[in-house]
Write a protein that binds this ligand. Structure first.
Ligand code: NAD
Length: 258
């Protein structure tokens, strides 16, 4: 089955690296016109150079004014909107809840959850004008299990699930579909940083932490950005036409989190 997005206009937050970048590449290859934002200038330029039918702006999604400006630039560039991928997320602090600084809590909730709310609110009128569309919000295995020492991140990712299930009901009659994708541990720089911080907090070696994390997946493996991007593409294509309000895990069968 070929997953086709010919003629579709897609906006992906934090789309220059990691899962967002792979999603942008798959969307472009499937025929979509893509707009991304990112905080990393070099990565953004690299994406602009290498991915056909892609444009984007340098934006820190935690800055609400900048977010609005970026959204307007995206609409100008794309000429409307069919797909929104709220991909931007930050790991937040690692440590027991009583040690979490309020500023770190606020920043983690802001980038993961509030940004998803604000982007969705701005996108709805354009998705409605398009006669319907698809919103995919990136949650995490931490939005499905408790995640010791990562309470702000887990709270934000569970929040995204409640938000998504609710708006799927509100927007169903407009043919706007909303789903969450829950990646497990994705190979790459981000999970290396997560493992390092968790190993330090638990006072174990990074190798031991990595093995422990892999061992709690039924398939005993990490996943890849391509695995996650492929699920997002599926959901945004015709193949996902009747999928809404769902939380889809791509995690090798995680049985919990450590
Ligand atoms: P990542 O850390 O690889 O970053 C992806 C991109 O986000 C980078 O290009 C980075 O420059 C950009 N970015 C970071 N902060 C930004 C900001 N404030 N404004 C704009 N851009 C910013 O992330 P990823 O691993 O691709 O994760 C993508 C999503 O998937 C996130 O919501 C994350 O929480 C979720 N997730 C990831 C994993 C994993 O193991 N990687 C697991 C579960 C969930």
């Amino acid at each position: 089955m070929k997953l086709d997005l010919t003629g579709k206009r897609a906006l992906i937050t934090a789309g220059a690296g990691g899962i967002g970048r792979r999603t942008a590449e798959l969307f472009s290859a499937a025929g979509a016109k893509v707009f991304i934002c990112d905080i990393d200038q070099d990565q953004l330029e690299d994406a602009r150079d290498k991915v056909p039918n892609l444009n984007g702006t340098l934006t820190d999604v935690s800055n609400k004014e900048a977010l609005k400006k970026m959204f307007n630039a995206a609409i100008d560039d794309l000429g409307g909107l069919d797909i929104l991928v709220n991909n931007a997320g930050t790991a937040g602090p690692t440590g027991p809840v009583e040690d979490v600084d309020f500023e770190d809590w606020e920043s983690c909730i802001d980038i993961n959850l509030t940004c998803t709310f604000l982007m969705t609110q701005m996108a709805i009128p354009y998705l409605r004008d398009a006669g319907g569309g698809s919103i995919v919000n990136l949650s995490s295995a931490a939005g499905k299990f408790g995640f010791p020492m990562r309470s702000p991140y887990s709270a934000a990712k569970w929040g995204i699930v409640g938000f998504t299930r609710t708006i799927a009901i509100e927007l169903g009659t407009d043919q706007i579909r909303c789903n969450t994708v829950h990646p497990g541990a994705v190979e790459g720089a981000r999970i290396d940083r997560v493992i390092k911080a968790k190993a330090a907090a638990k006072k174990v070696s990074e190798n031991a932490m990595r093995d422990e994390l892999a061992s709690i997946a039924s398939l005993k493996t990490f996943v890849t950005a391509d695995d996650i991007a492929s699920m997002i593409l599926f959901l945004c294509s015709k193949a996902g036409a009747h999928i809404t309000g769902q939380a889809l895990s791509v995690d090798g069968g995680l049985e919990g989190l450590v």
